[in-house]
Design a protein around this ligand. Structure first.
Ligand code: PLP
Length: 411
């Protein structure tokens, strides 16, 4: 005799599939920390036919854009540009400056510092890491101790992500430079400015940075696909003796080309866009650009501080003077998925937010507030988050958007 349970299999419930939500209308609100919104005038500037990159008309555009990037980096030294996303510029920085077996020191800040370190290991470099809690970032005293202990000057380069896009944390570059100077350490100072350039204060020459890694798709408000490195005279000397394998990103070959960059075809349309984005930055003034980012970031944090009530989502970065002014990372309460919230917000309100990367996947979401952005655009994204939390039943303090508005209105 079959057992009762075998005799009477449970009848599967008819699946009640929810009708798909209608595709949301209206403009797609893009609140990712990169790529970022592309201004209409930049899109219009790129919307043109091809042109020979040696044509005098294009050379004028190229020269203006090239000089503009140096202005934004605040450098009078060297610049090399690549047909590649930021990873290409990372690779260029390592392979042009270092030799197999060299030791570098990476300051841990989050997913992107880890990935730069992994790339260095892949190139046969010895990587030392100043470890840090991702919510706080490194203790500068630990860096100072590591540099002071390296009396043989084994460390050839120090790699720092200025603004860790994955954790919403900004590291103090002047304090890091001071630690290097105070210990008299001659290492090269390599800085990733991918999500800080054109949005946070950045001074390559004043802060004695030897190699800056930048990309097109964040503060420069362009599509992804072009990256660059600002390079100091000291770094050019180191380059002359560096023997890691390189070809497509080789600075010596680039320096011998008319454009002082690019092995291969120059991405002409991007340059029309770049000239326009530099014009927009110049028109606003870099100091005003930095102030606008600080204002929008503070409004975002005011909202999050209210949401944190009632055991709601809270700021991921807990070091007040390191919170990023270009991206805010928000930690979900235990048991609630950041990705579920992002999905609801995208499907219901056509708003795109950044997710958690690496070990933070599903645990945090990120609001990008960099590039071409103003108050109503930010408030739209914050309102969508607040509505999303209501729909998803996520505990939070009510009135975050109100707090952001009060701050922006100067109440
Ligand atoms: N570094 C930082 C700080 C970033 O935010 C990113 C990308 O978001 C990268 C490096 C990698 O750049 P890409 O994705 O353009 O290769």
């Amino acid at each position: 005799m079959p057992t009762p349970s075998m005799a009477k299999p449970s009848t599967p419930k008819p699946s009640v599939s929810k009708p798909p939500l209608p595709k949301p209308r209206g403009r797609h609100f893009f609140a990712n920390p990169g790529p970022t919104n592309i201004p209409d005038s930049v899109l219009r500037a790129m919307d043109r036919g091809s042109i020979d990159f040696n044509d005098p008309e294009f050379v004028e555009v190229y020269d203006a854009a090239f000089a503009g990037v140096k202005r934004v980096l605040r450098t009078d030294q060297h610049l090399f540009m690549y047909n590649a996303s930021g990873h290409g510029a990372w690779e260029a920085s390592l392979t042009n400056l270092l030799s197999p077996g060299n030791t570098i020191l990476v300051l841990e800040s989050g997913y992107f510092s880890e990935e730069w370190a992994n790339m260095a290991r892949g190139h046969g470099l010895e990587v030392r890491v100043i470890e840090a809690d991702w919510r706080r970032g490194v203790d500068i005293a630990d860096l100072r101790r590591a540099l002071a202990a390296d009396t043989a000057h084994v460390i050839k380069a120090i790699c720092v992500v200025h603004n860790e896009t994955a954790t919403g944390m900004m590291l103090p570059l002047p304090a890091i430079r001071d630690a290097m100077d105070a210990t008299g350490h001659p290492a090269l100072f390599l800085v990733d400015t991918i999500s800080s350039l054109g949005s946070l204060e950045f001074r390559m020459d004043d802060w004695k940075i030897d190699c800056v890694v930048g990309g097109s798709q964040k503060g420069l408000m362009l599509p992804t696909g072009m990256s660059f490195t600002g390079v100091s005279d000291k770094a050019m000397e180191a380059h002359a003796h560096a023997t890691l394998h390189r070809f497509y990103f080789d600075w010596t070959m680039m320096a011998n080309r008319a454009q002082k960059s690019f092995i291969g075809t120059v991405p002409v349309n991007i340059f029309y866009g770049l000239r326009e984005s530099i014009r927009l930055l110049d028109e606003e003034g870099l100091d005003n650009v930095v102030a606008r980012h600080a204002r929008l970031a503070e409004a975002t944090r005011r909202a999050v501080q209210v949401w944190a009530g009632n055991n709601g989502p809270q700021l991921f970065c807990v070091t007040p003077d390191r919170v990023s002014n270009s991206v805010t990372a928000i930690l979900m309460p235990e048991g609630f998925s950041a990705d579920g919230l992002r999905k609801t917000i995208r499907e219901r309100f056509n708003v795109s937010l950044g997710g958690g990367l690496g070990k933070l996947s599903g645990k945090i979401f990120r609001i990008g507030h960099l590039g071409d952005l103003n108050e109503p655009m930010l408030l739209g994204a914050l309102a969508a988050v607040e509505m999303g939390m209501r729909i998803e039943g996520i505990p939070h303090g009510r009135g975050g958007v109100e707090a952001a508005m009060a701050f922006l209105a100067g109440d």
